[in-house]
Design a binder for this molecule. Sequence first.
Ligand code: ADP
Length: 261
Amino acid sequence: RDFEAQRQKIEQFLQTVDHKLLVMSGKGGVGKSTVATNLAVFLSNQGYCVGLLDVDVHGPSIAGLLGLTGLGLNVIENRIQPYQYAENLKVMSIQGFLGQPDAPLIWRGPMKIGIIRQFLGDVDWGPLDFLIIDSPPGTGDEPLTVAQTIPGCQAVIVTTPQEIALADVRKSIQFCRQVKMPVLGLIENMSGFICPDCGSTHAIFKSGGGEKTAADWNIPFLGKLPIDPGVVTAGDAGRAIDSLTSHTKEEMQQIVERMIR
Ligand code: ADP
């Protein structure tokens, strides 16, 4: 009976969300959480109501990237109150439930499924234009739960240009096909470094592999983001997009425009 009640709450919430996006990557460390956070901040800056949900129970990064680590969560009348990062950007992460930010969570599949369902059914999100979900890398319990619990969810896949990352992206694409989750598009992150001294671009992790993979697999290519030390500074300071170079901001803006088109 509890499961059925939860299912109804999830369904009611999802009916009030226009776009549901799952940000995936084949590998860790390619910038998936960073891109998910930037997408959420850019969309909310454009006036959309955005919910950003971190379902990476083992390595939640979103709270840190937005400077929310260590803040507890409020529960009002059995509804969990998400963090209000900005007027129209709400954020939810497992981090808020952890007493100590550095303690590991040692959970098996069914517990992860349970918490993801709670994030959807028991959180006071209110109506949203976009729900952006940051999943752990790969094709495990978390993305599978999201795909199976959220009808109409679309995947945004993040990769670096190098072959070792692309090999795993092809698995993510095939995963989406198997679970019938449409791929909204692919983003190539860490695509070239523009030297601030000489202005020339250095393709540290190569360049163009993401675009080619998107073409080969017939999925939309959303754009490239450069390697930008400002991304690291902003993330470590918990200040989202503040120190991004103007070039990175322009590329991000274009990605967002292609996404909402
Ligand atoms: P993932 O979620 O894929 O594991 P993260 O978003 O945590 O990856 O990013 C991994 C590391 O790379 C972080 O230190 C982040 O600051 C850095 N990073 C991500 N994207 C960029 C970029 N475009 N330029 C520079 N550093 C980046």
